[in-house]
Design a protein around this ligand. Structure first.
Ligand code: NAD
Length: 378
C-alpha cells in the first residue's frame, strides 16, 4: 500500500520553512506515494495551498494529517502532544536535535515511533544530496554576509567616484566550513577584501579558490568525519594571537566555528572587540551553541565600544523560500531509502544511512547520547 507522506505546518516560533515544496511533491506523487499537506503549511515560505494541490497533494487539517501520517516530514519536530497523535509505527524525519531535544525523543519513544534525524546523516558521497546541514548552512552563510553588510556603515566594494575613492571593506570569516565558505563567496561578490581562517588545513585551498586569503597556523585539527577536533591549550594560544590581529583590522567579522556536540569554540574575546574600530560588525553564526564571540547574546544584537555584535538564530528561516526548496530536495532524496518502487514503505531499515540517522527506531532510542540523557545507563 502506498505510504502517506505528511507535511505539517511548522509551529516553532519564528520558523517559516516548510518540509516539502510543490516541485518536490510532484516528484513524490509520481514515485507512487500519497502526499498530504496541512492547510497553510507553505504560506510563510510563499508556497500557497493551491500550488500543493496542483502538484498532486491533498490539503487537510492538522488533526487529519497527524492521524493518517505514515512518514511525517518536518523541519523541526512538532510538540510532544502532536507526536503522540501519530499512528504507532509512523516515521518522523527532520532536524530532531539529537541529544538536545529530549522531549521529542521521549515522545517518539513512548508513541513507538521511528525518528530519523537529518543531523546524523553521515557525510559520505552517497548521502550528499540528503545533506540538510549543508543546504541550510549555505543559506545561513549567505544571510550572514548580507547581515554584516547591512549593519556596516561602510561600502563593501572599492569605489572610484567624483566624491573620492572608497577603499573596500575588510571581511574576516572565522571557520570555513559550508556556511563560512558561502559567507566568503558572498562577501567577495559584494566586492570586499576577504580573509578566511579554519583549523582544518584542507579548508585553505577552498578559501583561496574563492579569491580570499587564508590565515594559516601551524595546526591541522582535522578530526573524525572531516569535522574539526578541539584544540589543545597551546594551539588555542597560537590561534588567539593570530585571530586578535586579524579581528582588529576587520570591518566585518563573521564567525561560524563549530565542533559537533561541543560548545562553540571561543575565538573573539571582549578585549579583541575593544580593539576593533567603531562601526565594525561581528555576525556570530555560532550564537545557538554558545557563540564564538564572548559578547554574543543569542537572538540579539548588542553594542560594545561602537562595535555591533549580532547573534542571529535560525538564519535559514529568513530565506524560507529557497531554504525550504533545498531542504525538501534533501528529504526527497532521503525518502528514496524509505520508500520502495511502488510507493510502499521498505521492510527494513538496514541501509547504512538509515542506521546512522535513526535516533529512535520503533520506540527504541538508538542514539547513545540521547539514551543516556533520557536516563538509560551509559
Ligand atoms: P561545522 O559547522 O561543524 O563547523 C564550521 C567550521 O568551523 C568547520 O570548518 C570547522 O573546521 C571550523 N572550526 C572548528 N573549530 C575552529 C576553530 N577553533 N577555529 C577556526 N575554525 C574552527 O562544519 P561544516 O560546515 O558542517 O563542515 C564540516 C566538514 O564537513 C568540512 O570539512 C566540510 O567540507 C565537510 N563536509 C563534507 C560533506 C560531504 O562529504 N558530503 C558535506 C558537507 C561538509
Amino acid at each position: 500500500m502506498p505510504v502517506i507522506v505528511a507535511v505539517p505546518k511548522e509551529v516553532a516560533p519564528g520558523e517559516r520553512r516548510v518540509s516539502a515544496v510543490p516541485e518536490v511533491v510532484q516528484k513524490l506523487v509520481k514515485s507512487g506515494v500519497t502526499v498530504r499537506v496541512e492547510q497553510g503549511a507553505g504560506v510563510a515560505s510563499n508556497y500557497p495551498d493551491e500550488a500543493f494541490v496542483a502538484a498532486g497533494a491533498s490539503v487537510v487539517d492538522r488533526g487529519t494529517l497527524l492521524a493518517s501520517a505514515g512518514i511525517l516530514l518536518t523541519v523541526l519536530p512538532p510538540p510532544a502532544a502532536d507526536l503522540a497523535k501519530l499512528p504507532k509505527g509512523a516515521i518522523v524525519v527532520g532536524f530532531l536535535s539529537p541529544g538536545r531535544n529530549l522531549e521529542a525523543a521521549a515522545a517518539m519513544r513512548d508513541a513507538k515511533l521511528t525518528g530519523f534525524s537529518v543531523e546524523l546523516i553521515p557525510r559520505i558521497s552517497r548521502a550528499q544530496s540528503m545533506d540538510a546541514l549543508s543546504s541550510q548552512a549555505t543559506v545561513a552563510g549567505y544571510r550572514a554576509a548580507l547581515i554584516g553588510a547591512d549593519h556596516s556603515p561602510k561600502f563593501l566594494p572599492m569605489l572610484t567616484t567624483a566624491a573620492g575613492t572608497i577603499r573596500p571593506s575588510k571581511v574576516l570569516i572565522l571557520g570555513a566550513g559550508v556556511a563560512g565558505l558561502m559567507a566568503i563567496a558572498t562577501a567577495r561578490r559584494l566586492g570586499a577584501v576577504v580573509e578566511g581562517y579554519d583549523v582544518r588545513r584542507a579548508a585553505g585551498e577552498q578559501v583561496r579558490s574563492l579569491g580570499a586569503k587564508f590565515l594559516e597556523l601551524q595546526i591541522n585539527a582535522e578530526g573524525q568525519g572531516g569535522y574539526a577536533r578541539e584544540l589543545t591549550d597551546a594551539e588555542k594560544a597560537q590561534e588567539a594571537e593570530m585571530v586578535a590581529k586579524a579581528v582588529s583590522e576587520a570591518d566585518i567579522v563573521i564567525t561560524t566555528a563549530n565542533i559537533p556536540g561541543k560548545k562553540a569554540p571561543r575565538l573573539v574575546t571582549k578585549e579583541m572587540v575593544a580593539r576593533m574600530r567603531p562601526g565594525s560588525v561581528i555576525v556570530d553564526l555560532a550564537a545557538e551553541t554558545g557563540g564564538n564571540c564572548e559578547l554574543t547574546q543569542a537572538g540579539k544584537s548588542v553594542r560594545a565600544n561602537g562595535v555591533e555584535v549580532v547573534g542571529p538564530l535560525n538564519l535559514a528561516s529568513d530565506l524560507a523560500f529557497h531554504a525550504s526548496s533545498m531542504y525538501a530536495k534533501n528529504l526527497a532524496s532521503f525518502l528514496g531509502l524509505l520508500v520502495g518502487p511502488t510507493g510502499e514503505l521498505v521492510a527494513s531499515f538496514d541501509d547504512e544511512i538509515l542506521k546512522a540517522s535513526g535516533l529512535v527506531v520503533a520506540g527504541e532510542v538508538k542514539h547513545e547520547a540521547t539514551r543516556v540523557a533520557l536516563g538509560a545507563p551509559a
